[in-house]
Design a protein. Structure first.
Length: 173
């Protein structure tokens, strides 16, 4: 839904918020990177690629994210090699991804696999909470169905489905 339309209906677009460090380390690749870096004085980009098993392009995306939250830094360059080290020690016990603990929360099974893949590749989600009455929610549902139909998209919502929010997902970076 367009941002102006949301404002005119009294709805606010919000980002999903939380502790940036915990959110960063909740991603399995970033968790693995931080774990590797916290167990060594420093590591090169090539060493990290091999240790974590991620292509360099995706690795830089995750390293940049860890730098942004202040967990690591690119502290020296030697020729074309970049060397990374931890700048902040964080307990990995409390920030481990759910999948590594063996117990996956029940709600994870409700997430479409293609959405999981998009998020793993760096997509972001913006939420539009639909705080109006039931009539407004039904009207929004019909608008979404019409939008899907106009664009040739398959959106088969059950009759009893009443939307509480709309998620807008960016493309991967």
């Amino acid at each position: 839904m367009h941002e102006r339309a949301c404002r005119s209906r009294g709805m606010a677009m919000t980002k999903i918020r939380g502790d940036p460090i915990r959110i960063s380390l909740a991603h399995p690749t970033r968790h693995a990177l931080y774990s590797q870096l916290s167990s060594a004085p420093e590591m090169s980009t090539v060493q990290l690629c091999k240790a974590v098993g991620v292509e360099r392009y995706h690795l830089y995306h995750h390293l940049k994210h860890l730098v942004k939250v202040g967990l690591i830094e690119n502290h020296r360059d030697v020729g074309r090699a970049r060397w990374w080290k931890c700048t902040q020690q964080v307990s990995l016990e409390t920030s481990a991804p759910a999948a590594s603990s063996g117990a996956t929360p029940a709600w994870v099974s409700n997430i479409d696999p293609s959405l999981r893949e998009m998020l793993e590749k760096g997509a972001t989600i913006k939420m539009v909470n639909l705080s109006g009455n039931a009539s407004d929610s039904i009207s929004i549902k019909k608008s979404l169905e019409q939008l899907a139909q106009d664009n040739g998209l398959d959106l088969d919502l059950p009759f009893t489905f009443i939307p509480a929010a709309v998620a807008v997902i960016s493309r991967s970076r």
